[in-house]
Design a binder for this molecule. Structure first.
Ligand code: ZN
Length: 316
């Protein structure tokens, strides 16, 4: 049988283990190994990398010892360091309503940092049942409605993880095609959310350990799991920085401020003390949330006070 015609496929690395890489392509998972010259390029493929690989035409990816050859890693769009995952499209920004207390300023920082790396944020509010128990139904509902209205008005999707509602099912429905990470400060319930989203995921072993077939090959590294059209990273991600951002760009990280700024008298308006500022007018009229404006100003200030080291590096 001369059935070894090789075809080129494109996909996303979903797992990395012992020099093997699982690649998701058209709803299937392929085990691959890089071509030798990867080592010379000193390029370590990472989970989330868009890659091309060679595959023997007609070979069943689930067949024993079926193996493809990784040939190229395509350019990266963004990168998380902990965990190491690249080309993230969407972030589920998790914030608890209590324990730890909801923090407007922290949420705004997460939303803005994610946006600055070209990632679409979705706000997820957790521990609603705990808030109910602590404050009673009326007060809890009021508080959550207020937070939800504020962030929806600012242009974000908001999901309240109320165990008594269809929140989880609705959230799963919301996930569109793309690579998702779950992020937020510690103690807000990121792992709980991941376990709820990926109950079927065998977190310990994946396709590669199945391929290797001997013993347990546990990994501390991030894996991607399919859920509907999305791929979800099974390890919560840490915050991103603002190192690439200049203060003139902060407006773009707050959707409602960005929209208002179209009406500012000066195109370069930073919405601080400039005359004819539509953002300040909206703030005074109460149509822009004071907490959002405060977060905006804090971020501008933070970037302003940044050590000049970065600028020296950049000018070269
Ligand atoms: Zn302005």
């Amino acid at each position: 049988m001369a059935e070894d015609k090789v075809i080129i496929k494109e996909g996303i690395i979903s797992q990395s283990l012992s020099g093997f890489y699982s690649v998701r392509s058209e709803g299937q998972t392929y085990v691959t190994k890089p071509r030798g010259n990867f080592r010379h390029q000193q390029l370590k493929p990472l989970v989330g990398d868009h890659v091309t690989f060679e595959w023997e035409e007609g070979l069943d990816p689930k067949a024993d010892q079926a193996l493809g050859r990784l040939i190229e890693v395509l350019p990266r769009r963004n990168q998380f360091v902990r965990p190491s995952v690249v080309n993230v499209d969407d972030a589920l920004v998790v914030m608890s309503l209590v324990e730890p207390d909801f923090s407007y300023s922290l949420v705004d920082q997460f939303l803005a940092s994610v946006t600055s790396h070209g990632i679409e944020p979705h706000l997820i509010l957790t521990k609603y049942d705990l808030l109910l128990a602590q404050e009673g139904a009326d007060q809890a509902q009021d508080r959550v409605a207020q937070i939800q209205a504020l962030y929806e008005a600012a242009g974000y999707t908001v999901t309240v993880m109320d165990p008594a509602s269809d929140a989880l099912a609705n959230l799963s429905q919301l996930l569109h095609q793309g690579l998702y990470v779950v992020m937020g400060q510690s103690g807000v319930g990121k792992s709980t959310l991941l376990n709820q989203l990926l109950p079927q995921a065998d977190i310990e072993t994946g396709e590669i350990s199945h391929y290797l077939g001997r013993g347990r090959h546990t990994t501390r590294e991030v894996n991607l799991y399919p859920l509907n059209q999305a791929l979800i990273a099974d390890t919560p991600a840490l915050a991103l920085d603002f190192e690439q951002i200049e203060k003139e760009q902060v407006t773009q990280l707050f959707p409602e401020i960005q929209e208002l700024s179209q009406e500012c008298r000066f195109r370069s308006c930073l919405h601080l003390e400039e005359p004819g500022c539509a953002v300040k007018q909206a703030l005074e009229a109460g149509s822009l949330a004071a907490s959002r404006y405060q977060s905006y100003c804090q971020l501008v200030q933070k970037i302003d006070q940044r050590k000049p080291q970065y600028h020296l590096k950049k000018r070269r």
